[in-house]
Design a protein around this ligand. Structure first.
Ligand SMILES: Cc1cc2nc3c(=O)[nH]c(=O)nc-3n(C[C@H](O)[C@H](O)[C@H](O)COP(=O)(O)OP(=O)(O)OC[C@H]3O[C@@H](n4cnc5c(N)ncnc54)[C@H](O)[C@@H]3O)c2cc1C
Length: 273
């Protein structure tokens, strides 16, 4: 049921330094990027915060650039910008696939990659891609900057290592070698939250990550190790079925999700042979 929105405070810094100082001195403040996730909570009256800092005007957080053979994605890069980026299309086409399936065009025009990451939903479509790409989350506060491996960014359901005085300023994606593969399975082709979302890289060390099957996005080290030592796909499927422990929820049953994951694994292997 929708509830009335209480009076809100919106701070609008002119520079990144101002934003970080506000987070340090005037917090707690909730950062707003595209606001597509936050707006839903405001609209439904489930947003406990009333004080926000608007990042949208901060040019320092924009841009997609080549870096050390990989790519640095500014925190405000939207799903649409990522889809249109020649660099991302060349280096990480599975991120293009994932961004093109986040909601509809309007959501993609406003929603950002960093917002998808910080929102920390286990169903975030870009998260398995960043997990197999072994991305780095660049966090900055007024005092310092630290670079956190994406696979260590989440500490539990909707929980991250990010402090309240920090912002994601960029996501760094190293060069990815090997065939890339992405698949989202939802109730319908568009505008659906995933039942299962999978990203894989088939290189010397195969990498597999899944969303919507655990409290956070997960890599599958047992399945990856089996494939790396040359196990057949039937054995890898069996290992995956033991490794994945989804829950029943309103979007799907655990059993269905397990079977879909195993089938996707086999599909990936066949399609990239
Ligand atoms: C109709 C609809 C459909 C959707 N469909 C999908 C879908 O199919 N797949 C999917 O994955 N998502 C979907 N979403 C969710 C959402 O659009 C994405 O998660 C989007 O990427 C969020 O980006 P944003 O910039 O709008 O984040 P915001 O709403 O601005 O912020 C989200 C969270 O991240 C924090 N945050 C944002 N930027 C930063 C930063 N730089 N540093 C620190 N914290 C930050 C905010 O404080 C907030 O907690 C949908 C949303 C809607 C409303």
């Amino acid at each position: 049921m929708k509830t009335a929105v209480t009076p809100l405070t919106l701070l609008q810094p002119g520079t990144l330094a101002d934003a970080l100082a506000m987070l340090r001195d005037e917090g707690p403040l909730v950062p707003l990027a595209g606001c597509t996730d936050v707006y839903v909570t405001l609209n439904f009256g489930t947003q406990p915060a009333t004080r926000f800092v608007d990042l949208w005007g901060l040019d320092e957080l924009r841009g997609i650039a080549e870096m050390d053979g990989g790519v640095r994605v500014g925190a405000l890069a939207t799903h649409t910008e990522l889809q249109r980026s020649p660099l991302i299309r060349e280096r990480l086409p599975i991120l293009v696939d994932a961004c093109s399936q986040v909601g509809g065009v309007q959501i993609q025009n406003r929603g950002t990659l960093a917002g998808n990451v910080a929102n920390a939903s286990p169903a975030g479509d870009t998260l398995p891609v960043l997990a197999v790409a072994e991305a780095i989350v660049v966090l900055r506060s007024a005092e310092d900057e630290r670079r956190v491996p994406f696979t260590g960014f989440y500490t539990g359901y909707r929980a991250t290592v990010m402090r309240p005085d920090e912002l994601i300023v960029a996501i760094e994606i190293p060069r990815v070698d090997g065939a890339q593969w992405f698949r989202k399975v939802g109730t319908r082709a568009a505008q659906a939250i995933s039942k299962v979302v999978m990203a894989c890289v088939r290189g010397d060390q195969p990498r597999v990550a899944l969303g919507s099957v655990a409290p956070t996005v997960v890599r599958l080290p047992g399945t990856e190790a089996a494939l790396a030592r040359g196990a057949g796909i039937d054995e890898a499927r069996r290992i995956l079925m033991d490794e994945v422990t989804p829950i029943d929820d309103l979007r799907s049953t655990a059993d269905y999700r397990k079977r879909v994951c195993a089938n996707l694994l086999a599909r990936w292997w066949t399609e990239t042979s």
